[in-house]
Design a protein around this ligand. Structure first.
Ligand SMILES: [Zn+2]
Length: 145
């Protein structure tokens, strides 16, 4: 399994993480999932109900609203994004959440190290999911342009 993301979506997630720092930012990821890869085509930013710097929770009403909307748009639920003021690895609390959400991919941005990590539970073990970033254009442009 790999996680494919567009550069523009990463920019949105980083922007939100900066915006709400030091509170953990969170979002839901939607797109297409098959047996080999999850391809993100929609990022739905959600506010962190806990307003915590070490935990996140998305209001269940928001989760249902976004899941319904994605169903209408014929998009699959891929997983959750949240930011950490720590390394981009699932905390013990995250691992409990991963058990509740079976197949979801957990994308974590470290707001201190600025790197991304993606994880999934497989046979009860947390495994890292490789991330592939696509740019919107076929020809690569320098990032600072
Ligand atoms: Zn976490």
């Amino acid at each position: 399994m790999i996680l494919r993301l567009k550069r523009q979506h990463i920019d949105i997630l980083r922007g939100e993480a900066l915006n709400v720092h030091p509170v953990e930012a969170c979002a839901l990821l939607f797109g297409r999932v098959n047996s080999n890869e999850a391809y993100v085509s929609k990022v739905a930013i959600a506010s962190n109900k806990l307003q915590s710097t070490v935990r996140f929770e998305i209001n269940p009403e928001i989760v249902f609203k976004e899941l319904n909307e994605a169903e209408r748009e014929e998009l699959d639920f891929i997983g959750f994004f949240h930011s950490h003021p720590a390394p981009a690895r699932p905390s013990l609390i995250d691992q409990k959440g991963m058990k509740l959400w079976g197949n979801a991919i957990w994308l974590i941005l470290s707001s201190t190290k600025s790197n991304l990590g993606a994880y999934k539970l497989m046979n009860g073990e947390v495994v890292e999911v490789p991330i592939i970033v696509e740019s919107e254009n076929t020809c690569e442009k320098p990032l600072d342009e």
